[in-house]
Design a protein around this ligand. Structure first.
Ligand code: HEM
Length: 563
């Protein structure tokens, strides 16, 4: 069979042309041969939307925003797809003010009062919007993606105890084990301590990813994925698993953030089958990523179930499987449910921590004054609290590393360290997105002078609020001291505007685990090494969460650290 000429419509796969490209429909040639005019189609759709807008009442008519947002989500979808939605929304707020219409039924609210209203607790809490259906796995909602408030409370109860501060402290041994491996890896890439500088650059973000993936897979799947051992996040020989796990999670987040803007394409809708068939590489790699991640989770859960009582080790997976035995108020919890939650923990609890830590360390390196002050605080803490008890029996210390890996006990009360972490989270905004909530039936919500009716989707844009000069004064300056100065009330207020972990009943359940890891990671890295940045700018991209693209640094062992 010979391949057709370039200007002919071809749906056939042609190996000679496909090399190095993905298979896609050639819209230019479809247009050529079938008089199919995309502008005509676009114009017709737009006309229908305008007619609809003028003939149906528009409850958001008074909310300012770009004209296209009145009729369609296309503008938001474009910026979501390019990974810069938070910057687009931030620009709109600078132009239109604190309330901006970003899509036909969506309003972004950057009023300082907005976060505590939109993410309120108790009977005033607003449910998650249909956007979250884009995160369902095989049609099954997870703790994170369920919109059902009752179902959410049930699921959350199962995991509340293992994520409590006391439980997370028990995991410190596992975390330190992975952290030691990461230190060994970085040591091998170190510049010579004698001053013989070679400036060999390493991508700190990748190392942080290996470490946080190994930790969370250890806790959620019962075994580390072994990324630190292999210095790679590629898991297996199969074609799907040849893509690194960090990239898979990134593709999944970006695709879900994009598809979530089109609820009629999501599970539970008539056209839910469509995305799988759209010949769009962006969509397909996200959907394939989800399938691969869920098959990894399925494999791990199955293995643990088959191991029976002998496989139990008191980790998160055990907790999930216990809920299977107990049932959920009469409703059966299946293996598929457990797999969905295990996969959620892997995707929600790994690169989020790595991305946040990379951004914090980047800002510390960029601000030598802060680096010096922090190193002094940590040096002092290590000197004064040098005998601490090991946590858990998994933690057989490796003498060759001396006291290289900091104990949580040594740093948990360090004020400047915590202020530096909070300031890094504020500056970078891992959660930059305005997390969407919907006004439920029979309820109205008042923000500023505006009242929003049922069905309106509201969000508080974290990046914009964390960079609001009326709240922070000098928001573009990395200044950890802002978390230590002023009276108690002002400090409490500041915390309300740090939206990294969300607020209200749907706030991050893994905050204690992430905080403990970030304290250990930042303290250990700053205590043991001096860093030089390769690039002055931290490039970033946003999917569901906001993440640095990379973080290349050269690493030198500190002479003052006794490690
Ligand atoms: C620095 C690291 C982290 C950041 C920035 C972060 C951020 C967030 C945010 C903003 C939410 C709310 C999402 C929404 O309302 O749509 C969330 C929810 C969640 N996070 Fe995290 N997270 C982090 C670490 C973790 C870890 C370590 C885990 C678990 C291992 C985890 C598990 C979850 C889960 C299960 C939810 C859903 C909670 C619910 O709906 O009840 N996260 N996270």
């Amino acid at each position: 069979m010979s391949c057709k000429e370039d200007n002919e419509v071809s749906h056939e796969y042609c190996p000679s042309k496909a090399e190095g490209k993905s298979f896609r429909l050639d819209f230019k040639s479809i247009n050529h041969n079938h008089n199919w005019n995309p502008w005509l189609v676009f114009g017709t759709i737009l006309t229908l939307l305008v007619v609809h807008r003028f003939t149906c009442p528009d409850p958001l008519a008074d909310v300012p925003g770009p004209w296209l947002a009145k009729y369609s989500s296309l503008l938001l979808a474009y910026y979501t797809r390019t990974g810069k939605r938070y910057l687009h929304v931030d620009r709109l707020h600078k132009k239109y003010g604190p309330l901006v219409r970003i899509a036909p039924n969506q309003v972004s609210c950057a009023e300082p009062s907005a976060p505590s209203i939109i993410y309120a607790q108790g009977s005033l809490s607003l449910p998650k919007s249909p956007f979250y259906r884009s995160f369902y796995v095989d049609g099954t909602p997870s703790l994170f993606s369920t919109q059902d408030r009752f179902g959410h409370a049930q699921k959350r109860r199962v995991l509340a105890h293992p994520f409590s501060y006391a439980s997370v402290k028990q995991f410190e041994g596992w975390i330190r084990k992975s952290l030691r491996k990461m230190i060994q890896g970085l040591d091998q890439n170190c510049d010579d301590r004698s001053g013989n500088t070679q400036h060999r650059f390493v991508d700190l973000l990748m190392w942080l990813n290996y470490m946080t993936f190994d930790v969370i897979s250890d806790l959620a799947f019962g075994e580390p994925l072994g990324m630190l051992d292999r210095s790679s996040d590629v898991l297996g020989p199969s074609k799907q698993e040849q893509v690194g796990v960090a990239a898979m999670i990134d593709y999944r987040g970006r695709t879900a953030a994009y598809l979530g803007l089109f609820p009629y394409l999501l599970p539970g809708s008539l056209l839910a089958f469509l995305p799988k068939w759209i010949p769009d590489k962006f969509l397909q790699r996200g959907l394939t990523g989800t399938d691969t991640l869920s098959s990894i989770a399925r494999r791990c859960v199955r293995k643990r179930l088959e191991a029976g009582a002998e496989g139990r080790r008191g980790d998160l997976l055990d907790r999930l499987m216990d809920s299977m035995d107990k049932g959920n108020n009469g409703e059966e919890i299946t293996e598929a449910d457990v797999t969905t939650e295990a996969m959620l923990l892997l995707t929600a609890g790994s690169d989020t921590t790595a991305n946040s830590t990379a951004a914090i360390v980047y800002w510390i390196i960029r601000t030598p004054r802060v680096m010096k002050k922090l190193q002094e605080e940590i040096d002092e803490a290590v000197r004064s609290i040098d005998s601490v008890l090991p946590v858990g029996d998994v933690d057989a210390e490796d003498d060759s590393l001396g006291s290289a890996v900091i104990w949580h006990e040594q740093v948990k009360n360090l004020k400047y360290l915590q202020a530096t972490i909070d300031e890094g989270l504020r500056m970078f905004a891992t959660n930059a997105f305005g997390l969407p909530r919907v006004v439920p039936e029979g309820m109205t919500v008042k923000i500023g002078d505006s009242i929003f009716n049922e069905g309106t989707v509201l969000s508080a844009p974290a990046y914009t609020i964390q960079h609001d000069p009326t709240i922070w004064g000098d928001p573009e300056v990395f200044r950890p001291e802002r978390w230590l100065e002023g009276d108690e009330e002002k400090l409490r207020e500041n915390k309300k505007y740090l939206l990294t972990f969300g607020l209200g009943p749907r706030a991050c359940i893994g905050k204690n685990l992430a905080s403990l890891q970030m304290q250990l990671l930042v303290a250990t890295l700053v205590y043991r090494y001096d860093f030089t940045l390769r690039d002055n700018e931290l490039k970033s991209v946003e999917g569901f969460m906001h993440k640095p693209v990379d973080c290349w640094v050269s690493v030198t062992r500190r002479t003052t650290a006794d490690a």
